[in-house]
Design a protein around this ligand. Structure first.
Ligand code: C5P
Length: 398
């Protein structure tokens, strides 16, 4: 599997004879599991029909900044935000100069300015144009800004000249695009992640729960998606926006979470238990709202099933990563859970601190497995999740 699986790519096509090869680029990107949207400049449409690109990409081709119909669908800012990579192939000398000056007088120019995504250009032009000092200076400026340069290739040109300036071959462009993503470490893997708290009903209006926000589980999901995995989140009640590019199964109680987890984990490679599952639930759930009567009341509770242990038992080959949220003796309790629940590894974190852990945006944790432990010092949950996923992926059997 490829590092482009799950990746969203805008293929920008500018005017040049090499534009006919961009149809092949669409296909090769899709072969690698990427989703492709095509944006063409008006000059590109003189070389290859937008209909061809539409049929290949399976989506309407965007070309006009002032197209109200297209803007009503996926507007240019939305499209710019959607992408993981803006790949311009072929990139004409003119468009490269436009990029240098940050011009937004075409849809592609506007997307180039608005996108937070990586940007790569595969130039295509006559050899004399390529080696012109103005063009080489433009290329250098783009590279200094972090734009990746793919090619150009050397050889016979459409005009009969021989030299540098031919667009790279589609296969090379696609493999270079793939190498822009460090990830791909979990390409082809199915990852199931539990996240958030569970809610255990006492009666139709009340429940027992905890302060878990679901942020750590969602960050783990985002990192796994980025790493190319197929992700399912089994999610308790949270107030976070649901991530895209994964399946989300919303559950309420631990019993629901157990059922959804066992079903999803049956064909999974990795199971990550980031949920803060309620340890106990009411022995009986009152059918009607419980009325206040005496000065005190006693609620009888019973143990909830241990979801992660059930998954380990049902799927001995799945790699299982647990979390241990503790307020004291963090490492000791975590090691105990690692053994008792027979986990592949556990992430220990101290939830007595207010600057990290529950509800915070940052966390500081220790990864503990059978043979080693690694401290991940304080960092954002998003970064931490990427680092944990990278560490996990390195240790997986191929
Ligand atoms: O609650 P506890 O500290 O035992 O949680 C340790 C690990 O076990 C966590 O990964 C948590 O998601 C998982 N767990 C579970 N089902 C439970 C309790 C905990 O999957 N009922």
């Amino acid at each position: 599997m490829s590092s482009l699986s799950n990746k969203r790519i805008i293929l920008g096509v500018t005017g040049g004879i090499a534009a006919y090869k961009s149809a092949e680029v669409v296909r090769r990107l899709q072969d690698q599991g990427a989703e492709v949207r095509v944006v063409m400049t008006p000059a590109a449409s003189e070389f290859i029909r937008p209909l061809t690109m539409q049929a290949l990409s399976g989506h309407p081709v965007h070309s006009d900044l002032l197209d109200s119909e297209a803007e009503a669908g996926m507007g240019h800012i939305e499209l710019a935000r959607w992408a993981d990579l803006l790949l311009i192939a072929p990139a004409s000398a003119d468009f490269i100069a436009n990029m240098v000056h940050g011009r937004a007088d075409s849809l592609l120019g506007a997307i180039h300015l608005a996108t937070p995504a990586k940007v790569a250009v595969a130039p295509a032009m006559n050899q004399a144009m390529w080696i012109h000092a103005a063009n080489l200076a433009n290329i250098e400026t783009l590279q200094q800004r972090g734009v990746a340069l793919i090619g150009p290739d050397e050889g016979i040109q459409a005009c009969g000249d021989v030299g540098p300036g031919r667009m790279e071959q589609p296969d090379t462009i696609v493999s270079r695009a793939g190498s822009l993503f460090q990830n791909g470490q979990l390409a082809g893997k199915k990852v199931v992640i539990t996240a958030g708290p569970t809610r255990e009903a006492l009666d139709p209006v009340r429940y027992i729960s905890n302060h878990s926000s679901g942020k750590m589980g969602f960050s783990m999901a985002a990192a796994a998606i980025d790493a190319g995995a197929e992700v399912t989140i089994v999610c308790g009640p949270v107030s976070l926006p649901m991530p895209e590019r994964c399946d989300v199964i919303s559950v309420v109680s631990a019993a629901d979470m157990l059922e959804a987890s066992l079903a999803s984990a049956a064909d999974a490679d990795i199971f990550i238990a980031a949920a803060a599952v309620a340890d106990y639930r009411a022995s009986t759930v009152a059918k009607q709202k419980i009325k206040k009567q005496d000065d005190s009341m006693t609620i009888s509770l019973e143990r909830n099933p241990d979801i992660v242990s059930a998954v380990v038992q049902a799927n001995p080959t799945v790699f299982v990563l647990g979390f241990a949220a503790e307020t004291q003796d963090v490492e000791t309790y975590a090691r105990d859970k690692l053994q008792r629940k027979n986990l592949g590894a556990i992430i220990a974190n101290d939830v007595s601190r207010t600057d990290v852990g529950f509800n915070a945006d940052e966390n500081e944790v220790i990864w503990i497995d059978r043979t080693s432990s690694v401290v991940f010092s304080k960092r954002s949950k998003a970064q931490l999740a990427r680092d944990i996923i990278e560490h996990l992926a390195k240790g997986l059997p191929n």
